[in-house]
Design a binder for this molecule. Structure first.
Ligand SMILES: [Zn+2]
Length: 68
């Protein structure tokens, strides 16, 4: 399993964010495979990008929120 990718909250779901995810998936052999982003809210904001065709996790994400 690969290390989770840390994503600043401000970047989450932006175009560069999706471009990065797509590149990661492509590089791992999931070119043109349908993918879904599955989220878990706590305790940190963790998400998993899954390939629906391969039924496997492509990459795990952790959204980093700015400290208050
Ligand atoms: Zn795949």
């Amino acid at each position: 399993m690969i290390e989770p990718v840390e994503v600043p909250a401000a970047v989450f779901a932006t175009d560069p964010f999706w471009a990065r995810l797509n590149r990661l998936a492509d590089d791992q052999g999931h070119l043109d495979h349908p993918r879904i982003l599955v989220g878990r809210v706590e305790p940190t904001s963790r998400y998993t990008l899954r390939c629906e065709r391969c039924q496997s996790a492509v990459v795990e994400l952790v959204v980093i929120r700015a400290a208050r």
